[in-house]
Design a binder for this molecule. Structure first.
Ligand code: SF4
Length: 282
């Protein structure tokens, strides 16, 4: 065994640098807070109250449409209920995922294929907002949604909710082209999802691209369903938990409102609401 420049093997004598780990953990949370504050400040400058939501985001389509949909989650968000504190695992995953998006965009840009990245899209009159990942050049004519996933997830891909995101962006891009806000070439754009594995070992899948069959009808159905969910979220009545949802299983186990939603107080409120409804029916 090499001893290097020490009398003893450095790997054997090394200890965890807990001081730096603690520093990084603190800095990561502070950075997140700083970003949230900057976002809130930018919203205030636009004349928008950062505490008040009135739109769903395209990236939230999986929580609004399909088997894992839960309008209760959005009701909480729109009414300012406390979110669960973010964990270090979530921070690391968020950081790595956004890096994957930039990495892919950089490669495409150096190949001369990127028209724009992180483009804010207009969905008016639908109460939806969104920022697409990568808009390729008019030759490649694709709207690309980049997803950083684990190799274990590859067996369960692709997912409809991932298809829905670039589908909605293509709807907005084509509409802008039809209205003359973009060149007619953009009417040819189609959606694509590009999965990148963030933990591939030798021989394991590293990436997969899917060309999503575009359907304007489907895009409109999704936009209408998201509008319905947004209207519930903006209303006065707390929606029930969807049937079959349990605290320990997906999607509740990953929900940022889990602690609040399953708290004793919320359960009591739900029980009271159900008892009032039962009495009214009797
Ligand atoms: S914890 Fe489950 S039921 Fe509650 S808001 Fe989240 S997803 Fe919906």
């Amino acid at each position: 065994m090499t001893k290097g420049y020490h009398d003893r093997n450095p790997v054997e004598i090394a200890t965890r640098d807990e001081e730096f780990e603690a520093f990084f953990r603190k800095a990561a949370f502070e950075d997140r807070q700083r970003r949230d504050d900057e976002y809130a400040e930018a919203k205030r400058k636009e004349g928008v109250d950062p505490e008040k939501r009135d739109k769903l985001r395209v990236s939230e389509v999986g929580y609004a449409v399909g088997e894992s949909a839960c309008s209760r989650r959005f009701f909480y968000e729109f009414h300012g209920a406390p979110r669960d504190p973010m964990t270090m695992e979530q921070l690391v995953n968020l950081g790595v995922s956004s890096l994957a998006g930039f990495w892919v965009a950089n490669i495409l840009a150096r190949a001369g294929r990127v028209h724009k990245v992180e483009v804010k899209m207009d969905f008016e009159p639908f109460p939806i907002s969104g920022r697409l990942d990568v808009l390729c050049d008019p030759e490649t004519h694709r709207v690309i949604e980049v997803k950083a996933v684990t190799t274990e997830q590859f067996g369960y891909l692709p997912k409809q909710e991932h298809f829905d995101q670039p589908t909605l962006y293509v709807w907005a891009v084509r509409r802008a082209a039809a209205m003359g806000q973009l060149e007619p070439e953009f009417l040819k754009y189609t959606p694509s999802v590009f999965y990148v594995a963030r933990n591939a070992r030798k021989g394991q899948p590293t990436h997969a691209a899917y060309a999503v069959p575009y359907s304007e009808k489907h895009a409109l159905e999704v936009l209408q369903e998201m509008t319905r969910v947004r209207n519930i979220a903006n209303g006065d009545v707390l929606p029930d938990r969807p049937k079959g949802f349990s605290r320990s299983d997906f999607p509740c186990s990953y929900c940022s409102m889990k602690q609040h939603c399953w708290s004793a107080q919320e359960n009591l409120g739900l029980a009271l609401q159900q008892s009032v409804e039962a009495t009214q029916k009797a």
